[in-house]
Design a protein around this ligand. Structure first.
Ligand code: GLY
Ligand code: MN
Ligand code: MN
Length: 466
């Protein structure tokens, strides 16, 4: 029996690569490179997700090598007192077998010398394709060295395969350990959203000059206060019209009384992302038009949540969202019924796209836009061609993924109204998104981000008492 989730995952990867690529399989998985920010300052190091998934090890300059028989070798930074005084404690190869459960470990300085030997007499090399700049070239170099020894009877691998094919599928289904970390990350992020909402109302009540960065500071404070290592992605704190810029970042714009604020922010905890969006009135009280659009987006999210259950397709929550949103756009006069016709017409022609231009969901896990195929693997050959009504482009559709327990996805409908001809002026510059994270369960889904409410009355109530 293997004892940690990491050892279990290594054993599964070894078994899968043996099944698919034969017993002569070997996998090479490096962690991420360190990235220079400017001059002699680096960005804060963030491990590679595949590497961490298999090791739980977050030091830089590390490699995992795994053979089809399940034997694991780690290369990591050697102990070095002088470097450790400057940069911090290193685990070192001597401690790696006991700490990480790997079979062998060596200094990363020995990587180039040992890799050809490890590759000798193997048949298939697995590594993550197109993820690490220069990795293919390094592997080519090691393979050349193995080939140079074939006249002495050594065999060189003949096949290279993408390790992501196996690992993406494994990572798509979150085990109990991963779900527990994701619940914790979500609950920290939920607290951060509440804190930002309350600060906005409190500062405006005190007559202070509120800026987007004030609320960003609240988010960061709450993340770090609870042990999160960093935000899982660049936080969006968008005041008023900035909410209609989908990839806006927390900047310095003033947050004004009477406007909405859209915050899309989530912490990363122990390698796992959370991803929450809430939209709230800066002063704690929705106006009529804001509330009308908010209620619509919330109703569309309710429909998407109801469609998120095992056996349903990944696209079902999106289709449920689009149906509710489009009907609302017709009812509220955002889409002119005389021009856009019935609900079915407006959906078929993608008329809603003027105000809802992104998808409703993505996988969530170690990466905020996590890996995992969105196409159902058992139906990959069923291709349907259609012409996109807006671009005229020919699209090849494949059946969307069937949802299964343990998958984690976001549910994030929105509506973004820019000023324009024929657009009711009362809705101009309103951007609203409501985003929650859902674990697919045996009977439906568990929303793990509802530590911060979505109900508009509940949002008003928590901002009132701030
Ligand atoms: N925060 C990134 C996203 O919602 O997809
Ligand atoms: Mn998202
Ligand atoms: Mn988000």
């Amino acid at each position: 029996m293997t004892s940690t989730p990491y050892a279990y995952r290594r054993a599964r990867l070894a078994a899968e690569m043996t099944r698919l690529g034969g017993s002569g399989s070997i996998a090479i998985i490096p962690t991420a490179p360190e990235q220079q920010r400017n001059r002699d300052s680096d960005f804060l190091f963030r491990h590679d997700s595949y590497f961490y998934y298999l090791t739980g090890f977050s030091e830089p300059k590390a490699w995992l090598v795994l053979t089809g028989d399940g034997r694991s070798t780690l290369f990591c930074q050697p102990k070095d007192l002088e470097r450790e005084i400057w940069d911090g404690i290193r685990m070192g190869p001597e401690a790696a077998p006991a700490t990480l459960g790997v079979d062998e470990a060596y200094s990363v300085d020995e990587l180039a010398q040992r890799m050809p030997k490890l590759l000798e007499n193997k048949t298939t090399v697995w590594y993550p394709f197109a993820t690490h700049a220069g990795l293919e070239t390094r592997i080519d170099g090691w393979l050349q060295q193995v080939r140079a020894r074939v006249r002495y009877g050594a065999l060189a691998p003949e096949v290279q395969r993408d390790a992501c094919t196996i690992l993406d599928e494994m990572r798509l289904f979150k085990d109990a350990h991963e779900q527990a970390v994701m619940r914790r990350a979500s609950s920290i992020s939920a607290g951060a959203h509440i804190r930002a909402m309350q600060r906005s109302a409190a500062m405006l009540r005190a007559g202070q000059d509120v800026r987007e960065y004030h609320l960003d500071a609240e988010l960061l404070h709450e993340f770090r206060q609870h042990g999160s290592q960093y935000p899982a992605y660049g936080s969006i704190v968008a005041a008023g019209a900035n909410a209609c810029v989908l990839h806006y970042r927390a900047d310095a714009a003033p947050i004004r009384d009477g406007e909405l604020v859209l915050i899309d922010a989530g912490c990363e905890l122990d390698g796992y992302a959370s991803d929450i969006t809430r939209t709230f009135p800066a002063n704690g009280k929705f106006t009529g038009p804001q509330r009308a659009l908010y209620d619509l987006v919330l109703a569309s999210q309710d429909a998407a949540v109801a469609a998120t259950r095992p056996g349903a397709r990944f696209n079902d929550p999106h289709e449920a969202t689009v149906k509710v949103l489009t009907q609302g756009m017709l009812d509220l006069g955002l889409l002119d019924k005389n021009r856009h016709g019935t609900l079915d017409d407006a959906i078929a022609n993608r008329s809603y796209f003027a105000y809802y231009m992104h998808r409703t969901s993505h996988w969530l896990g170690m990466d905020v836009h996590d890996c995992g195929s969105y196409v159902e693997p058992t139906e990959i050959g069923q291709v349907r061609e259609r012409t996109d009504p807006l671009s005229g482009e020919l699209i090849k559709d494949r059946p969307s993924r069937i949802l299964r327990p343990g998958m984690v996805l976001t549910i994030e409908p929105g509506i973004y109204v820019r000023p324009g001809e024929g657009v009711p002026e009362s809705f101009w510059n309103i951007g609203i998104r409501i985003e929650d994270d859902a674990i697919v369960t045996d009977s439906g889904c568990e929303l793990i981000t509802r530590g911060v409410p979505v109900d508009p009355d509940a949002i008003e109530a928590l901002m009132k008492d701030a």
